[in-house]
Design a protein around this ligand. Structure first.
Ligand SMILES: Nc1nc2c(ncn2[C@@H]2O[C@H](COP(=O)(O)OP(=O)(O)OP(=O)(O)O)[C@@H](O)[C@H]2O)c(=O)[nH]1
Ligand SMILES: Nc1nc2c(ncn2[C@@H]2O[C@H](COP(=O)(O)OP(=O)(O)OP(=O)(O)O)[C@@H](O)[C@H]2O)c(=O)[nH]1
Ligand SMILES: [Mg+2]
Ligand SMILES: [Mg+2]
Lengths: 277, 292
């Protein structure tokens, strides 16, 4: 796309391919291409060199609108972390612990994944790495009970931030989504305004199914933001453009690796720049 | 779904005998949309549409079908043929132990799938051994040990070792002495663009000499599936693919993309989190799922 000298049909097809390859999705790509064609008609776009700045400003302003970072306020601020299996929830919680402890906040993790093999042990290791408290029950116990216990412990220990890890679950499994709703209810009943942030973790390698995930998790747990993980790979995570434009859910964090420091606040400009790399 | 859209496209066609080029072009627009929405790779879609176009133009519409149904049948048959032709089984070596190595991106489902394969082999009266070669992920070894307990299969580790190559080598060397005849090596998730970790897989391959190297891929993977599969295949040579999390509603276009580009057979489908949730791969079911 950057080698073209004029805006012809071939150039526009290449641009469409870049967007589809980035998992932006057909419907959103068509909307963007219509805006580009209109921009050419209105003489806002006069050469291929104008395309990238045009798209950067369009897409990043969409992604940046109403993007509010997590406010750390009441005791404790409760962050609920949800998503399908294997996307990076537990690792992201470790990274969030690392991020916040640098500001001197007292952090607690709740191991509310009581189902998957060694889930509690995995979060325990992260807690040790970032000096966080951890509340764990034995495997097979009720996740809502873990959440409840953690809320009481966080209140009594003057914890600043409580981050609740949940089991991976496919959004199509209604019994598991009911379990999530129950966890959400318990949290909101125990602390007013809680959970202050419900983060849906999405894997950047995921295709259009991410939209289904965002829709159903949002219905069950009032998702307030997305963590887009594994952006250190070759996938671009373009699905989040549609998730913002159609569901109004913003990306708040990106995961760029497996270590404690591999978490960044989401920067719309950088994201759009990377779409075209 | 696609069937209804094609019925609409062909409404004006009722009663005509043959599919003209313009009829087929209209239909192919709908098919292209369906495949892209299903996460089939952009280039694979292009090539696939061209193949189907050639087969469809000038075709006599069967009396028992509408033109829309006829096109769907051609597309479905073509998809099924493309993804099929595979035996859903681990090839057991005549010189035990048979060594199986699972590789793939982070979180794809390797450790869980290792447990499922072990359970399947037990039912086939084999004596599998699980090998915990992920020394990086927190509690990965513990996870495989818990998995091994649940399926009733022993797990080989070298406590405190940070050397996956040594772990894999020792396990395969000692398997027969431990009276195990199939070795299943669970490796750490890694990026195909991490040269150091991809070299590590090559080193494990050299030392453990696997009979089967299987790429574990998440069914919800989007356009990136081709890049990932090609990299692993070029670096290691793959004997097959296992597609996981098919119990969700991801259309699974990655299956077509991977098979079309690498030729790697898709051997199994992961259908849940429990250890009995592994099924043979059914190309016909996958084809209708992709088409929606
Ligand atoms: N490269 C890369 N790997 C990541 C990133 N985030 C998580 N991972 C890896 O992804 C794998 C899965 O991470 P987990 O944190 O266990 O994912 P999860 O969502 O908690 O998984 P379940 O609880 O089983 O649903 C691990 O190997 C992580 O190290 C990331 O940003 N980049
Ligand atoms: N629903 C469903 N979940 C699955 C399936 N296969 C694996 N999982 C889940 O996916 C998550 C990740 O599985 P793991 O086996 O830890 O994945 P992995 O590839 O070993 O992860 P890394 O070692 O970190 O790369 C876990 O929550 C599993 O229970 C499947 O077929 N269906
Ligand atoms: Mg987890
Ligand atoms: Mg694993």
């Amino acid at each position: 796309v950057s080698f073209s000298t004029k805006i012809d049909e071939e150039f526009l097809e290449e641009l469409e391919a870049v967007l589809i390859y980035a998992d932006v999705g057909l419907r959103t790509t068509e909307k963007i291409m219509n805006n580009v064609r209109q921009g050419v008609k209105d003489k806002k776009i006069n050469s291929p060199a104008d395309i990238k700045p045009f798209l950067k400003s369009e897409i990043s302003s969409l992604l940046g609108r109403d993007l509010i970072r997590t406010k750390i306020s009441g005791l404790p601020t409760v962050i609920l972390v949800v998503g399908v299996n294997g996307v990076g929830k537990t690792t992201t919680i470790g990274k969030l612990g690392q991020y916040y402890q640098r500001f001197g906040y007292k952090i607690m993790f709740a191991a509310a994944d009581t189902f998957r093999a060694a889930a509690g042990e995995q979060l325990e290791i992260w807690a040790q790495r970032v000096n966080a408290d951890i509340i764990r029950h034995e495997e097979g116990s009720d996740p809502a009970a873990v959440a409840y216990d953690a809320l009481q412990a966080a209140k009594s220990r003057n914890t600043d931030i409580l981050i609740i890890d949940t089991a991976g679950r496919l959004h199509t499994k209604s019994n598991l989504m009911e379990e999530l709703k129950k966890i959400y209810r318990i949290i909101s009943r125990e602390i007013s305004e809680a959970p202050h942030e419900t983060l849906l973790v999405l894997d950047a390698t995921t295709g259009q199914n991410a939209m289904n995930q965002a829709q159903l998790f949002s219905q069950a747990a009032n998702v307030s933001g997305v963590v887009l993980t594994k952006l250190d790979g070759t996938a671009k995570g373009g699905v989040i453009v549609a998730i913002k434009s159609e569901l109004e859910i913003p990306v708040k964090w990106i995961g760029i690796g497996e270590k404690a420091d591999d978490l960044r606040p989401f920067q719309p400009n950088e994201f759009v720049e990377a779409l075209f790399d | 779904g696609l069937a209804d859209k094609l019925q609409q496209t062909f409404k004006k066609l009722r009663g005509r005998g043959k599919l003209t080029e313009s009829d087929v072009n209209d239909a192919m627009r709908e098919v292209r949309m369906a495949l892209l929405e299903a996460d089939v790779n952009f280039k694979v879609v292009k090539d696939f549409i061209n193949r189907v176009k050639e087969r469809a133009v000038g075709q006599e519409v069967l009396d028992s079908l509408t033109p829309g149904q006829h096109v769907i049948k051609i597309v479905n048959d073509e998809l099924t043929a493309l993804m099929g032709g595979t035996q859903s089984r681990i090839m057991i070596s005549s010189k035990p132990p048979t060594v199986v190595m699972l590789v793939g991106l982070q979180g794809a489902g390797k450790t869980t799938t290792a447990g499922k394969l072990a359970g399947l082999l037990l039912k086939q009266n084999k004596r599998p051994l699980l090998v915990a070669a992920d020394v990086y992920r927190p509690a990965a070894i513990k996870q495989l040990q818990v998995v091994g307990e649940k399926v009733g299969v022993p797990v080989f580790t070298i406590p405190g070792s940070q050397d996956p190559v040594l772990i894999a080598k020792q396990a395969t060397d000692q398997a027969l002495a431990m009276a195990r005849d199939v070795v299943i090596i669970d490796t750490a998730g890694r990026l195909h663009i991490n040269d150091e970790l991809m070299d590590e897989l090559v080193a494990i391959k050299i030392q453990a000499k696997p009979h089967e190297i299987l790429l574990v891929v998440d069914a919800m993977t989007g356009q990136d599936a081709v890049t990932v599969a090609e990299s692993f295949n070029t670096k290691l040579g793959l004997d097959g693919v296992i597609l996981t999390k098919l119990d969700g509603d991801a259309r699974g276009g990655a299956a077509l993309s991977i098979k079309a580009v690498t030729g790697c057979p898709i051997k199994f489908a992961g259908m849940g989190e429990k250890f009995d949730a592994l099924e043979p791969f059914h190309p016909d079911r996958m084809a209708s799922r992709i088409l929606g």
